[in-house]
Design a protein around this ligand. Structure first.
Ligand SMILES: NC(=O)c1ccc[n+]([C@@H]2O[C@H](COP(=O)([O-])OP(=O)(O)OC[C@H]3O[C@@H](n4cnc5c(N)ncnc54)[C@H](OP(=O)(O)O)[C@@H]3O)[C@@H](O)[C@H]2O)c1
Length: 250
């Protein structure tokens, strides 16, 4: 039997948090399967990391059945995966009853369907390996219901609930699940919202984190038994305050 290579599959690896997860996972992995739609960005990342890790670039739209099938095939061919980072995502800003429903359905497919499908494919192999780590990139928005982001926040709340329940089912398996709930991170994420009135300058500086800081905190928290992980003290205060208000409203 060939020697097992420690392998990660990272979705949304062409930018932001996903690219940073790939960079920081080089110290833990031999192989990284980097998935996103923009091949040229994936190839640039692969060449940046080529001295330290073997990168397989998979150009796939994970909001489609074909893209998801290609990712499942990559797990079969290059796996089993020790790390699965379900990170690909996007946000929209605007009233639900005025937003095109197609984009909202795409978000549900990408944030929820792709995540649960990849988890379902990866976990049996992780059982065979005797362990593994799954990071589902959620959001602080899962705690704070915000106008203009109804479906976005709801998909992230799904990820929180799902991650907690899944971890409970996997107790004692050696498989750990983290729902990473970042606040504002400086990535491409908000670019598409600018035309709908989002202004980065209106968010206080102290609330912005870098992708580097978020990923460093996320990976450092693996193994601590915490499923819901909110990086940054200010973000943690926001999450706690929001949960407290929800409790008081019951
Ligand atoms: N930035 C923030 O403030 C923030 C806060 C909380 C949570 N998050 C979450 O963090 C995750 C990463 O976001 P980011 O901030 O790093 O944003 P980003 O810089 O816009 O990166 C998003 C990544 O997702 C990929 N992606 C988008 N749609 C895809 C699709 N249909 N199929 C495959 N890949 C797709 C993009 O690649 P391609 O375009 O090449 O496909 C890109 O690599 C998201 O789940 C987001 O909800 C971000």
């Amino acid at each position: 039997m060939s020697e097992h290579k420690v392998t990660a599959l990272v979705t949304g690896a062409s930018a932001g948090l996903g690219a940073e997860f790939c960079r920081q996972l080089t110290t833990r992995c031999d192989v990284i399967i980097a998935v996103a739609r923009r091949r040229e960005k994936l190839e640039a990342l692969a060449s940046e990391l080529s001295d330290s890790v073997e990168v397989h670039c998979l150009e796939a739209d994970l909001g489609t059945v074909e893209g998801l099938a290609a990712a499942l095939e990559a797990i079969r061919q290059q796996g089993p995966v020790d790390y699965l980072v379900n990170n690909a995502g996007f946000g929209t800003l605007g009233a639900f009853d005025q937003a095109p429903i197609g984009g909202q359905r795409e978000m549900v497919n990408l944030h929820i369907d792709a995540c649960i499908t990849l988890c379902r494919a990866a976990i049996p192999f992780m059982h065979e390996l005797g362990g593994g780590s799954i990071i589902n990139v959620s959001s602080l928005g899962a705690f704070v219901s915000g106008k203009g982001m109804a479906v976005y926040g709801a998909t992230k709340s799904f990820l929180n609930y799902y991650s907690q329940a899944l971890q409970a089912e996997l107790t004692g398996s050696g498989i750990e699940i983290q729902a990473l709930c970042p606040g504002f991170v400086r990535t491409e994420f908000h670019d598409a919202m600018i035309e709908h009135g989002f202004d980065r300058a209106q968010i206080p500086d102290q609330l912005w984190m870098t992708a580097d800081a978020v990923v460093t905190a996320s990976l450092a928290a693996l193994g601590n038994g915490q499923v819901l992980f909110v990086p940054g003290e200010d973000n943690l205060d926001i999450a706690r305050t929001s949960l407290q208000r929800q409790l008081e409203d019951l």
